[in-house]
Design a binder for this molecule. Structure first.
Ligand code: HAM
Length: 409
């Protein structure tokens, strides 16, 4: 038997109503906040992610589904299934000259992403994200709007009590000094760090801070090391921006916790970063993550454009929301006359009712049994009904039966 690929999941009919509710809630929320939907391709040039997400990230180094197509020169034709959608949306923003539109440009998306990760609870190789990106707004109020949107979305979908963790990674200028200080401080511990952190030490020292390896965590908890990690490194401008984000969150009554160790797994962030976590989800606790990325549009060939955004993991969200059961059909037509059944079902559907019948024309009692399982009411059409020109309608919850004229169904 051929099975679904490891780390992928079929979304089965029993779960689909919950998925649809999540999608519908997102669509309404974004429309309400003046975001327009964008649908970009599922694959892009590999270079987009290598440059956009950053070639020192785990995503680019270990987790990309990269193909070389048509046996052509790999460098010319290398494509990758999108591991996230910020880079793709930025590419589209530049390609379609969205910088000429009145700023800010507010976009949202829903769709599958692909990362070659070790599958485990909350971590799949194909998963879905709902995300939003805002281009052209430098103001900290845009950062606050993003966090407010996630928080509103979670409330609307019925998830209460999740708190946003926030941090500021500063700008490339102030962060540069901070990186150097971290490296200097961790130099004596270098051979005790895990293999991944040894690489991060060289390529992307801040990424060491959210390493899950116990030995690394122990090192970061050392008094002297901690002092450097927790030091206030950001410059005046970044500090003011961060303070304003917090001020706006307070005004909006959105709960947050500052977490100095929050560095995120993508390279493009500047200033504000945030994550929403849930303890119910175990080790893969982040439901959503995002932040500001003021350098990415320029880095990918566009004009210098401030930007901020987030993405929510739908599978993780699914674990937290109350699931919706499929509701019963309004009618099931029970008859051994296929023509009458077919015609009546059509008429009921035309009137806006959900209705079905037995295509196999099984025994009357079998059909009635099935009706009892899947419908609220049965429309019974036997010889008597045809000669008398009426329907018998049985309420399958109370057992009550009534005779109805065809026109009054
Ligand atoms: P991210 O933190 O990599 O950010 O992913 C966002 C969310 O996607 C995570 O919080 C998680 O819920 C979900 N997620 C990530 N990987 C997996 C996986 N393997 N299986 C299941 N769910 C997963 C981004 O992707 C950024 N593009 C967010 C952003 C938008 N930043 C600015 N704009």
């Amino acid at each position: 038997m051929i099975k679904a690929q490891r780390g992928t999941k079929d979304i089965l009919p029993g779960d689909i109503l919950t998925w649809q509710k999540i999608e519908k809630t997102a669509r309404e929320l974004f429309q309400n906040a003046n975001y327009k939907e964008i649908r970009t391709p599922i694959f892009e040039s590999t270079e987009l992610f290598a440059r956009g997400v950053g070639d020192s990230t785990d995503i680019v180094n270990k987790e990309m589904y990269t193909f070389s197509v048509g046996g052509q020169n790999k460098d010319e034709s290398s494509i990758t299934l999108r591991p996230e959608n910020t880079a793709g949306v930025v590419r589209a923003y530049i390609e379609h000259g969205f910088n000429r539109l009145s700023a800010p440009v507010k976009l949202w998306y829903f769709g599958p992403m692909f990362r070659y990760e070790r599958p485990q609870k909350g971590r799949q190789r194909q998963f879905h994200q709902i995300g939003a990106e805002m281009f052209g707004a430098e103001s900290p109020s845009a950062d606050a709007e993003m966090i407010a949107l996630v928080s509103k979305f979670l409330n609307k979908i019925g998830i209460e009590g999740l708190v946003a963790e926030i941090n500021s990674l500063g700008c490339p200028k102030c962060r540069g000094e901070y990186k150097e200080r971290i490296k200097e401080t961790l130099k004596p511990y270098l051979d005790r760090l895990c293999d991944d952190c040894k690489v991060r030490y060289e390529k992307n020292p801040l990424r060491m801070l959210d390493c899950k390896n116990e030995d690394c965590i122990r090192i970061f908890e050392d008094e002297e090391v901690k002092k450097v990690i927790l030091a206030d490194f950001i410059c005046e401008e970044c500090r003011e921006h961060y303070n304003d984000v917090k001020k706006y969150l307070d005004i909006l009554n959105i709960k947050y916790q500052e977490n100095k160790m929050l560095v995120r797994g993508l390279d493009y962030y500047t200033k504000t970063v945030f994550e929403i976590k849930s303890s119910v989800l175990g080790s893969q606790s982040a439901v959503a993550g995002g932040g500001r990325y003021d350098g990415l549009v320029e880095m990918l060939g566009g004009e210098k454009t401030p930007a901020v955004g987030f993405a929510l993991g739908v599978e993780r969200l699914f674990e937290l929301v109350e699931h919706i059961e499929q509701s019963k059909l309004d009618y099931f037509v029970v008859s051994n006359m296929q023509d009458k059944a077919l015609e009546t079902v059509q008429m009921l559907r035309d009137k806006g009712y959900s209705a079905d019948f037995d295509f196999q024309n099984r025994k009357f009692s079998k059909q009635l049994e099935k009706a009892g399982k899947i419908a609220k009411r049965a429309v019974i059409i036997g010889e008597d009904e045809v000669t008398g020109g009426y329907y018998t309608v049985k309420n399958l919850e109370t057992g009550e039966q009534t005779k109805l004229q065809k026109s009054s169904l």
